[in-house]
Write a protein that binds this ligand. Structure first.
Ligand code: HPA
Length: 278
């Protein structure tokens, strides 16, 4: 496993080093962009772009809204690896495949991981278009990327999960939001497999279990990242509501549309977190 991760990382490093503009292939920050949330890219200086299909060991994205590219970029002097498009469990990828790019990022020097996603709000205080900083999660995938033989070179057999989302990054993000008059919620994200959206009874269950929002990503990536010792920050756009009497039919198009509307606010917070990163 470690060999495959190192092979991928080597390939990426060579690509970056051979691109005319890049000087040094070490990135401090990793970013995973969710559904309809690619807008962040336009404010970064992209130094190198590699389609997932070219990277040895990388799975290939199958969802139309996900472009499937790894970007090496710069923002205010900070080097960033961006996953433009992620791998979902519902696409048939294994938990290990979903974890793979996160492990490659660590090999490339990444210390902090910023993740975005779209989710359904189940907290009655939430509205469509709200941003929710994820302060904790519930893994409802009934699987885990760390199942199987553990490589102690990656991380411990039983990693601590007492602070899955870095409290300092959360407090920094809250300050950024306040300074820019951006309304943000904080809450618990419950991750499940999908791909069917939830029934009304399932949304109710998600709420009873203690979550504020539900979605089909993020949790496996964060578990893999915490195993590696990365500091994590994740933020969600509430694109629809799983709240009694507010539940309406939803489609992927609705999710993408609502995500795109709120995206500039989310990107601002992530950009500022990158800029202020030490
Ligand atoms: N449920 C699960 N995943 C989602 C939702 C939802 O309501 N909205 C966006 N992603």
């Amino acid at each position: 496993m470690l060999k495959h991760i190192q092979n991928s990382a080597e390939f990426i490093k060579n690509k970056i080093n051979s691109s005319a503009t890049a000087i040094d292939s070490v990135a401090q920050i990793g970013v995973i962009l969710g559904t309809g949330l690619g807008g962040l890219i336009k404010d970064l200086t992209v130094l190198c772009e590699i389609p997932y299909s070219e990277i040895p060991g990388f799975p290939v994205s199958t969802v139309e809204s996900h472009q499937g590219k790894l970007l090496f970029a710069e923002y205010h002097g900070k080097k960033i690896i961006v996953m433009q498009g992620r791998f979902h469990y519902y696409e048939g990828y294994s938990m290990q495949q979903i974890a793979f790019p996160v492990r490659v990022m660590k090999q490339l020097g990444v210390q902090r991981l910023f993740v975005s996603n779209a989710s359904g709000g189940v907290n009655p205080g939430f509205a469509i278009g709200d941003l929710m900083i994820i302060r904790d999660h519930i893994n409802f995938f009934h699987s885990n990327p760390l199942i199987g033989k553990n490589d102690p070179e990656l991380g411990p057999r039983f990693p601590d999960m007492s602070e899955p989302y870095d409290k300092q990054l959360i407090s920094q993000a809250l300050q950024i939001a306040a300074a820019n008059k951006i309304k943000v919620q904080t809450g618990v994200y419950l991750g499940l497999s999908g791909p069917a959206f939830e029934t009304p009874a399932e949304y109710k269950m998600v709420r009873i279990l203690g979550a504020d929002a539900v979605g089909m990503s993020t949790v496996p990536e964060i578990i893999a990242a915490r195993h590696l010792g990365l500091s994590c920050f994740a933020i969600s756009i509430i694109t629809d509501l799983g709240i009694e009497n507010k539940i309406v039919k939803i489609t992927l198009e609705d999710v993408i549309k609502e995500a795109a509307i709120a995206e500039p606010k989310l990107s601002l917070i992530i950009k500022e977190l990158i800029r202020c990163s030490d």
